[in-house]
Design a protein around this ligand. Structure first.
Ligand code: DSN
Length: 443
């Protein structure tokens, strides 16, 4: 009998192996301040890279359309039970491939195409899937959008007025670029008055909710959706939870969500992903994780305070979550993103409330602390990072994006080339690398 030789990735596909190694080095030597990113544990990655990816399992535990499910069922049962226990809810679906399919499943389970839905506008810190016109949610549903006020806080008077006027079937409360705590009770009152489902998309703040740093929506929302790879620190994936309140409103809600995920929107679940989610949920049930969640917020506040003390325009004057927005000046977010990238600080350009520019050349950057907190950095390191951000912003302060939209792409390419030779940026790059070395990314 011939024995099949196991070939490593490097032997089979050296190009991909090389690129993964290069990305690992990049992750080690630079710091990710993109608020939606994090660093998974070796245990999560082991489950994610396991042989479970070989299996097909359409359906749900103990009700599948394929054989050979005894271990897969046990894995999905564990993931569902851990999710229910961790969040204190009676129902969980752990099969969504990620956050956007999870949110689409909520629409499919609760609305008909053309129904009115309501969510926070994307430039005001909401999410594409909450009714923004470029997404399916804004295309197939009659989406009404609410905004933030001049202080950058959700305008609850507008939320109430729009809900009364449009009587949405579903109201989203959830954000992707909003630094403040959400008032779930106020949203629940409005949703009750107009008879809407209240859906909390906690993707960005799930880890903070587990840590008790942010209020929980469990008492107030009918449905909760979350990605699993942000502050929860799991693999890429999504979870949908139905609360006691949701089941009281509609006892079939869990069954409707299950049906929306499969067979309406998805095929076979990604069993390797389900196992990795189960591992992440176990990790998130520990006191160590709760301490981690608290540190994310402490670090974000320290970063915001330091930046403000250096005269940086932090939108709304701070944060009480894991992220903050910096106003870089009209359309300059992309320039600051590129310059920070040059020194090994990865952020993303982002619109700010009432942005005078557009989403491709927005005026802000979005910064978050989940990943650097996972590396073990604390308040002292946040102050250091703030000095580098300020220094980089000062170094490119004279660079102005052309008014003429057609000239912008060329300008940005030339700008990127120009700063590659900047000695002051190169010196900061060396300091960033030295700090990263003291706080390894891989765990
Ligand atoms: N792409 C995610 C984020 O960066 O916030 C939201 O889906």
């Amino acid at each position: 009998m011939t024995q099949r030789k196991i070939r490593t990735l490097a032997q089979t596909d050296p190009q991909i192996a090389h690129l993964i190694a290069a990305e690992a080095k990049r992750q080690e030597e630079s710091m990710e301040l993109i608020p939606s990113e994090n660093i998974t544990s070796a245990a999560v990655r082991e489950a994610m890279g396991s042989i479970l990816t070989n299996k097909y399992s359409e359906g749900y535990p103990h009700q599948r359309y394929y054989g050979g499910q005894e271990y897969i069922d046990a894995i999905e049962d564990l993931a569902r039970e851990r999710a229910k226990k961790l969040f204190g809810v009676p129902y969980a679906n752990v099969q969504p491939y990620s956050g956007s399919p999870a949110n689409l499943a909520v629409y499919v389970a609760t609305c008909q195409p053309g129904d009115t839905v309501m969510g926070q506008a994307l430039p005001d810190g909401g999410h594409l899937t909450h009714g923004w016109k470029a997404s399916a949610s804004g295309h197939f549903y009659n989406a009404v959008q609410y905004h933030v006020n001049a202080r950058g806080r959700i305008d609850m008077e507008e939320v109430e007025a729009l809900a009364r006027k449009h009587k949405p079937r579903l109201i989203w409360v959830g954000t992707s670029a909003y630094p403040w705590k959400l008032n779930y009770a106020a949203f629940a009152k409005i949703a009750k008055e107009v008879g809407a489902y209240l859906v909390a998309d906690t993707s960005h703040i799930t880890g903070l909710i587990i840590a008790g740093v942010h209020p929980s929506p469990v008492k107030y929302a009918d449905i909760i959706t979350t990605t699993t790879h942000k502050t929860l620190r799991g693999p890429r994936g999504g979870i949908i939870l139905v609360t006691d309140k949701g089941l009281k409103k509609d006892p079939a809600l869990g069954a409707k969500i299950d049906k929306a995920i499969f067979p309406m929107l998805q095929g076979g679940p990604h069993d390797h992903q389900t196992a990795a989610i189960a591992v992440a949920l176990k990790e998130a049930s520990t006191a160590a994780f709760r301490a981690y969640g608290k540190k994310i917020a402490t670090n974000a506040q320290a970063l915001a305070h330091a930046l403000i003390s250096y005269g940086v325009d932090v939108v709304g004057g701070g944060t009480d979550t894991h992220l903050l927005l910096i106003n870089c000046g009209n359309g300059r977010g992309a320039l600051v993103e590129l310059a920070l990238d040059r020194v090994g600080i990865t952020v993303n350009k982002n619109t700010i409330p009432q942005d005078p520019s557009n989403p491709f050349y927005p005026s802000g950057i979005r910064i978050g602390t989940p990943s650097v907190t996972t590396r073990g950095m604390g308040v002292r390191e946040m102050r250091k990072i703030a000095t580098w951000i300020k220094a980089v912003m000062d170094l490119i302060a004279d660079e102005q994006l052309p008014q003429n939209a057609k000239e912008r792409a060329v300008f940005v390419t030339q700008f990127d080339r120009r700063i590659a030779r900047n000695r002051a940026l190169t010196a900061i790059r060396a300091d960033v690398r030295a700090l990263c070395k003291r706080f390894p990314a891989q765990r």
